[in-house]
Design a binder for this molecule. Structure first.
Ligand code: UDP
Length: 333
């Protein structure tokens, strides 16, 4: 299937693009390269463009005879969204409206949307299922929930089929160590732990030591990017116009920040410098998903269910290319 992947040169988008190629699909990335990396996708599969430019979206969809869209492009930092909601409402909501309007103009009637655990906000009872109430606590979460509502309303009125994948903690790298996480400004736990291991950072900060969890640090559900990619493929192949699906995408297992650190130390075989720091605004204590619904309905089967395996893939990439795609370009020059 011919697909346009907005944000397709970013971390999750490019992992999906490479996976879809291996699975016999025909994906094109549409990315402004503000966070994405040119070298994460084959050159003939990249259109450089911004989702705030609707005409550029229309042109890309027309030129490549697009049949389905996977919409990854977004701004996605909780702390930044609290400081700058204007940016989040613009890129995430106006940008998504442009994607939907471009789809209407070009008769594309399927979309897989990258949603987030942040749309659920704070809940006591875990794991989170598709039935939990969505009550986001941050502009990142509210803008992504607004997108879900907008997509649903467009779907009902204009016969679009959709799937929402609410990601928990996307992590890991391609198994061969050739592609992985590389953001301009990194805020995620696993890459920051590995940067501290490599000496790119003095240490990693552990945000909070007094959370109501088994060791006082936050619990998250880490899911490998390739397993997320498999979910995108299953969704796009099973979307029907006018019908919607929504899934919580985690492994069903919670890991604390300290457990992630210890697993990384085990994988690498040495101590990683770390320091405790105050809690980060907007962080819930625990977020765990259950992937039962997508397993039952679409036969999703994760390849990486253990945090060690996930970290091993990430470490292979970061160790080989300590400065990410900059190191990779230098190695290949
Ligand atoms: N975290 C941390 N130090 C860091 C980055 C993250 O202790 O430098 C914690 C964060 O508070 C959260 C977990 O690690 O509990 C995962 O954070 P991340 O930013 O990777 O993903 P999020 O859960 O915010 O989507």
């Amino acid at each position: 299937m011919k697909m346009l992947l907005t944000g397709g040169a970013g971390y999750v988008g490019s992992a999906c693009l490479r996976y879809l190629i291996r699975e016999g699909h025909d994906p094109i990335a549409f990315d402004d390269l503000s966070e994405g990396n040119r070298d994460a996708v084959p050159a003939d599969r990249l259109v450089v463009g911004d989702i705030l430019d609707k005409d550029a979206l229309v042109n890309a969809m027309r030129e490549h005879n697009i049949e389905a869209v996977m919409h990854f492009a977004a701004v996605a930092s909780v702390p930044e969204s609290i400081k700058d909601p204007d940016l989040y409402w613009k890129v995430n909501v106006v940008g998504t409206k442009n994607v939907l309007d471009a789809m209407r103009e070009t008769d594309v009637d399927r979309i897989v949307f990258s949603s987030t655990a942040a749309t659920f906000g704070f809940h006591e009872n875990m794991p989170i299922t598709e039935e939990h109430e969505q009550r986001p606590e941050t502009p990142y979460g509210t803008t992504k929930l607004a997108d879900e509502w907008m997509i649903k309303e467009y779907a009902r009125a204009y016969g679009i089929g959709y799937a929402f994948l609410r990601y928990f903690n996307a992590s890991g790298a391609d198994d061969d160590g050739e592609n992985g996480e590389d953001r301009r400004s990194e805020s995620h736990l696993i890459p920051l732990i590995l940067y501290a291991a490599l000496g790119r950072r003095d240490h990693v900060k552990i945000f909070g030591s007094d959370w109501p969890t088994r060791d006082g640090t936050c619990v998250r559900d880490y899911i490998h990017v390739e397993d997320l990619a498999q979910a995108h493929k299953l969704c796009v192949e099973n979307i029907k116009p006018g019908v919607g699906r929504h899934y919580c995408m985690g492994n069903g297992d919670g890991t604390t920040v300290l457990e992630v650190l210890h697993a990384a130390q085990d994988v690498i075989g040495r101590e990683i410098p770390h320091e405790f720091a105050p809690p980060r605004p907007g962080d819930p204590a625990t977020l765990i998903a259950t992937p039962e619904k997508i397993t039952k309905e679409l036969g999703w089967k994760p390849k990486y269910t253990d945090i060690r395996q996930i970290i091993e893939t990430a470490w292979r990439w970061h160790e080989r290319y300590p400065e990410g795609y900059t190191s990779k370009a230098a190695a290949n020059a």
